[in-house]
Unconditional design. Structure first.
Length: 173
């Protein structure tokens, strides 16, 4: 898979459903400058169906996410058409066949990318809307010592049953 945007490749990436992707790609975009101490990082995971170009309108001087103060990383979640998705990877199967990705899969990939590409161990903020907010909650629960703040907008702490079917994302039970 090729992309016009920066991408991080994960080899033999095991999804929570048990499937192993020989090569998973996490597409991301950055805004601003990474501080020498690497503590000015805001992670902004995409919401359902969104790509980074759909949500970057919040980024700009004197906007909610100011790249003159922060290094902002938008991570495109699996299944959004840029990162590994059924539309661009033959390794992806159907949910009916027991294949799916979860928020936990996304945050594990994001954590590895932030650590390996940028040397980031601590996030100043995880900012997310809807499914991006759910990923922010996962960051707080799975990496509590690595997230200083969470701004979760319009996101439920648990995916509702009707959204599981609508979005095709399965929450841990």
């Amino acid at each position: 898979m090729t992309s016009a945007f920066p991408a991080f490749t994960l080899r033999n990436f095991q999804l929570q459903c048990g499937a192993v992707l020989p090569e998973a790609t996490l597409v991301y975009q950055t805004y601003g400058k990474l501080a020498g101490d690497r503590r000015n990082v805001i992670l902004y995971p995409t919401s359902y169906g969104a790509q980074h170009t759909d949500i970057d309108w919040l980024i700009g001087p004197d906007r909610i996410l100011d790249p003159t103060r922060w290094f902002i990383v938008i991570a495109n979640q699996f299944g959004n058409g840029l990162s590994t998705s059924p539309s661009n990877s033959s390794a992806c199967a159907l949910a009916e066949d027991g294949f799916w990705s979860t928020h936990y899969d996304n945050i594990r990939a994001q954590e590895q990318m932030l650590r390996e590409v940028f040397g980031v161990e601590q996030l100043a903020l995880v900012y997310g809307w809807s499914m991006g907010a759910q990923q922010a909650y996962y960051w707080g629960s799975q990496y509590p010592d690595r997230v200083a703040r969470i701004a979760a907008l319009c996101g439920t702490a648990k995916t509702t049953d009707h959204n599981q079917y609508f979005y095709g994302v399965y929450a841990q039970r």
